[in-house]
Ligand binder design. Structure first.
Ligand code: FUB
Length: 305
């Protein structure tokens, strides 16, 4: 049962609880995806399980937390694991979530058990907290090593955006950004897969719209920083906007998600700031995101309170 949020009259919502980054302090979390639904914000994270000194990601499940005020978070447990996708072999990597026609569609990166490389699956639930089931029984996107530009991990980091006319788009990629239309059923690619050359694009493509402008954010360089581009449509053409968040000190990745909630904009990301944190032991945090009157995004410093 998900409790409805009650707004306190005459009190700033932010005064209701102690501010606190990272959001989760008892486990390591990474690759935030965010959803605002029925007045509540949900953040979905991959659980980083690598031991201290670990040399690679150990990620078996996603977890979901929700909040009424961006400060006090309720733990809803794990709504799915990589093994929810029977065709996947490992790796609950980055994800995104969207609601359509009363259902919640969760797009996620996993390692394919039989096709070499990463793949993207889509799971569905009637609740934002799950449980989610595989919506197709097969991967939505698989690696194609016959292409000259292919690498084993170029099909990662899905992000979904539904435009005002109802057209849904899937964005993803590593090194090269890709995008495609989704059919209205949200579980099939519609038409060709496009590739877009972006300046020093690494990963974590993410699309949002604010006051009529489309914003494409992504990670560039390595260690990564979060940058943005703006465009007149969901497919560009894109003009470089600037750096939103500078690189982490002890983690090469940063992976953002952006939502509007109760009249403010927020950016979720990860860093390595928990004690014993680092490259494979990350922590999801959130900051307010501010725009100038002419639509530029102001640089966002990380806070730890
Ligand atoms: O968490 C595994 C990978 O690291 C994600 O897919 C990337 O975005 C980076 O954060």
């Amino acid at each position: 049962m998900i409790k409805p949020c009650v707004l306190a009259v005459g009190l700033a919502v932010s005064a209701l609880a102690q501010a606190s980054n990272p959001i989760v302090k008892d486990i390591f979390t990474a690759d935030p995806a965010a959803l605002v639904d029925n007045g509540r914000v949900y953040v979905y994270v991959g659980k980083d399980e690598a031991p201290v000194g670990g040399k690679d990601y150990v990620m078996n499940e996603w977890r979901v937390y929700s909040s009424c005020d961006m400060k006090k978070w309720t733990d809803h447990g794990s709504p799915l694991r990589y093994s929810t996708f029977k065709w996947a072999g490992r790796d609950a990597w980055a994800s995104d979530i969207v609601k359509r026609n009363g259902k919640y569609y969760f797009y996620s990166t996993v390692d394919h058990a039989t096709i070499p490389g990463k793949a993207i699956g889509v799971a569905v639930s009637s609740s934002p907290t799950g449980p989610f089931v595989d919506a197709r029984g097969t991967a939505l996107v698989t690696n194609d090593m016959t292409k000259e530009t292919s690498i084993l991990w170029d099909d990662i980091d899905p992000a979904v955006f539904i435009d005002d006319d109802g057209q849904a788009y899937l964005y993803w990629g590593n090194t090269v950004m890709k995008y495609a239309k989704l059919k209205p059923n949200m579980i099939e690619i519609d038409g060709p897969i496009h590739t877009v050359g972006l300046d020093n694009f690494v990963e974590a493509a993410y699309l949002h719209k604010h006051k009529g402008t489309y914003y494409l954010t992504y990670s560039r360089h390595f260690p990564e920083e979060t940058v943005y581009m703006t465009g007149p449509t969901a497919t560009g053409p894109w003009s470089f906007g600037g750096v939103i968040m500078e690189k982490n000190s002890n983690v090469n990745t940063i992976h953002q998600a952006i939502v509007e909630f109760n009249g403010k904009s927020y950016i979720f990301y990860h860093n390595g700031k928990l004690p014993t944190g680092g490259e494979f032991r990350r922590s999801v945090a959130v900051e307010e995101l501010r725009y100038t009157p002419d639509g530029k995004i102001l640089p966002v410093p990380q806070t730890a309170e």
